[in-house]
Design a protein around this ligand. Structure first.
Ligand SMILES: Nc1ncnc2c1ncn2[C@@H]1O[C@H](COP(=O)(O)OP(=O)(O)OP(=O)(O)O)[C@@H](O)[C@H]1O
Length: 359
């Protein structure tokens, strides 16, 4: 039995996770991470105070020790700055994936270890198994609709060895049932949405707060001017809506296919495989990290380019600079630099990396 610190977000998944760990006989404490309090007056609601109250109410009901851990400065440094810098430089960052590596299983895990805990548990829908060498493997969550293993793709082996995901063994309705059985006040609470910790605010509104608009032309793939954009950082490859270019073709939309930073032009084209720039097979993956495996030789695996995408067969070749050359067996639509590629072998998460170049 282990001494475990559960990240209590005030949501149902982490509440049920805490209850399950107690049932399993672990010595459990709960902690709410205070990462973002919207001191900058951003639009949208800022639910952290309600979430903190809910987390505290759950801890009281379960009769476990409860702490509030202030990580506001680290969150600003490691997530908000990365997010804003990323958009400023024209990439599409993924704060949720980095948040797991840098915050929940980064500074929060370090805090827990320093306080004498052996593990950090969360309500993520993923499963953990121990391999014959004693190290952890992370598997997709038991509920295929809820599986969150993609968001854990940049976790290190060190982090995975010290992580627990009890809720990932169950289906979502079963998780709510655990919370109901323990009479937890979060049993019927709606799932949270929005940017990790920042809340329910549109990414473009968040970004606009930090980066001024820089209007320019929208052109088609032949260079014909089609409209005006507000700033390249506000658009993502593959984006169908929000660019304002109407399509005269029935059932066929214009989508963003490129950003020309030098000319400050946004390029749109038809959403079809022949459109240059929209589909790609060859990529360079940087910031590679793995969980319980090494990528020291070329191999086939499945690569998942987005949270809600299918994992596709791909071949990787390690490079001398530590990055990977990756080739998808079939071309993939709208992969943007900065996005996270998660690697799987069947249901097992092998690790992940960042799309740095897409060809
Ligand atoms: N502010 C927080 N304090 C402590 N732990 C947190 C916090 N936010 C998230 N976590 C942990 O990270 C897990 C995944 O976070 P995410 O925001 O994806 O929540 P979720 O899937 O909606 O789960 P939940 O229902 O527990 O909120 C949570 O289940 C929780 O264990």
């Amino acid at each position: 039995m282990a001494k475990v610190l559960v990240g209590l977000s005030g949501g149902v998944d982490s509440s049920a996770a805490a209850a399950m760990l107690i049932e399993q006989g672990h010595e459990v404490s709960g902690a709410f991470m205070k990462n973002w309090i919207n001191s900058e007056g951003l639009p949208g609601d800022c639910p952290w105070e309600t979430d903190l109250e809910d987390a505290l109410a759950v801890a009281r009901k379960l009769k476990i020790e409860f702490r509030v851990v202030d990580l506001i400065d680290q969150y600003k440094e490691r997530i908000v700055d990365y997010l804003v810098e990323g958009y400023r430089s024209g990439i599409t960052p993924n704060p949720d994936v980095w948040c797991n590596r840098e915050m929940k299983f980064g500074v929060f895990l370090d805090y827990a270890l320093g306080q004498g805990f052996e593990s950090v548990a969360t309500g993520h829908y993923a499963r953990k198994r121990t391999l014959s060498d004693g190290h952890a493997a992370i598997l997709r969550g038991a509920d295929p609709n809820k599986d969150q293993s993609y968001f854990l793709a940049l976790m290190t082996s060190f982090q995975a060895d010290r992580a627990m995901f009890p809720a990932g063994e169950l289906l979502k309705p079963e998780v709510r049932e655990v919370a109901r059985r323990h009479d937890l006040p979060t049993a019927a609470k709606k799932d949270s949405q929005g940017i990790c910790f920042i809340g329910d605010i549109k990414m473009s509104d968040f970004i606009s707060h930090y980066i001024p608009d820089k209007p320019g032309e929208i052109v088609d793939v032949h260079g014909k001017v089609m409209g005006q954009h507000r700033g390249l950082h506000l658009y993502t490859l593959g984006q169908r809506k929000g660019h304002g270019v109407a399509s005269p073709r029935e059932g066929m939309a214009y989508v963003v296919v490129a950003k020309d930073v030098e000319k400050n032009q946004l390029v749109v084209g038809w959403d079809e495989s022949e459109t240059p720039g929209l589909y790609a097979s060859e990529c360079v993956i940087g910031s590679v990290s793995t969980i319980g495996v090494n990528f020291d030789a070329p191999r086939w695996l499945e690569a998942q380019p987005r949270y809600r995408a299918k994992a596709e067969r791909a071949h990787i070749t390690p490079r001398e600079d530590g990055k990977l050359d990756l080739r998808f067996q079939t071309p993939q639509r709208a992969i943007a630099a900065g996005q996270i590629c998660a690697f799987y072998d069947g249901g097992r998460l092998l690790g992940g990396g960042v799309f740095e170049q897409v060809k």
